[in-house]
Design a binder for this molecule. Sequence first.
Ligand SMILES: Cc1ncc(COP(=O)(O)O)c(C=O)c1O
Length: 433
Amino acid sequence: MNELAQKLNDDLIKLNSNVYHLLSSLGKKLYYPKGILSQSTEASKKATRFNATIGIATENNVPMHFEHIQETLQGYSPENVYPYAPPSGIFELRLEWKRKLLRDNPSLQDKSIGIPITTNALTHGLSIAADLFVDENDVIILPDKYWGNYQTIFQVRRGGHLKTFKLFDEFEKFNVRAFRERLMEQVDAGKVIVLLNFPNNPTGYTPDEDEVQGIISVILEAAEAGINIAVILDDAYFGLFYEDSVKESLFGRLAELHPKILPIKVDGATKENYVWGLRVGFLTFASESTELLEILEQKTKGLIRGTISSGSHLSQTIILQSLQSNQFEVEKRQKYEVLKQRAIKVKEIIRNEKFKEVWSIYPFNSGYFMCLKLLKVDAEKLRLHLLDEYGLGTIAINSTDLRIAFSCVEEKDLEELFELIYRGNNDLLTEGV
Ligand SMILES: Cc1ncc(COP(=O)(O)O)c(C=O)c1O
């Protein structure tokens, strides 16, 4: 074991050995090397005459660049575009995102959390969490309605075992009882990763206050029963809450709850700020100990350095300037209203009695999606039929569930969309397929 990694681990054991035991074997080996980057950071503070450290080129005191590229980036100074961003992200951007987290999540006030570490959007943040905490055969508990890419991130890449519980109970509420059962199965293992995603993909569901209290008390009970728990909150669709669900991340409720619970927030600009291709996300840990937060940051930085090295500087600059713009809240509100109106319209459309004979609806109150539970036809068959006959794209999640992204259909077209799905469904029924 490298001596820097050993030192991080020794310190971690002294601060909170539960978190040490949560780490995967890769997580234990990770550290941030005192290599080119830390020497270069030192030089950027002290080398006032010449700085010949980092592997970029300069000319006339600015990063060397092509004019034909710079012409397309009017308004961005070369310093904020071309040099490498630090592996953990532009510091000012990280602070800005932390301010946003505190503004958006009342439960986070007075809680100790790290400075969000910039990732190459949420998939990367989830993948870092998987690398740090998931070993072969570790159990990841999550609802049975989940984003399919979790399989590659946690199972294929890390050898983890995804164990699901039914998201909804018989009252169409978050199934706290099933969640508890799954968690308590881990008492002997003494370790588990919990993965929660609200607003949920694919259903568009976020729990209400009572359900959240149930979720939190079950996690606390499991910790008190001796299980070390890393709770990953995938908040990809954060903020798009249209009804009476909770309107903050469960991260704030879990922070400082119990020494055996490590809350990990994965979020970012991708869906919240409508910049899917820019690839800017964040990974934030919560712990009462700032030294512990620093250790996790060092390990995360080591991982980033050894995989993507650093994220796009231009993308980070764009998001930083956006967060600092006085138009940010204004435009955010406008886009929220557009999506909310679409969700309301969908709710109005699906009240039509005729639909109830062919599908039921999973509860939804937030996010980009809603999900039909088909009662009479196979979801994949309907998906293909809708595509071939009506030029209509949907996602078949399994044999019964069809996900509809109302986020990318104009409000005026929603009625027609559901009519066509209904028609397609009936075609299959009359064909007897
Ligand atoms: C629940 C959930 N988490 C994470 C992601 C990935 O986000 P990103 O594009 O920022 O990697 C998605 C994208 O579809 C998602 O639905």
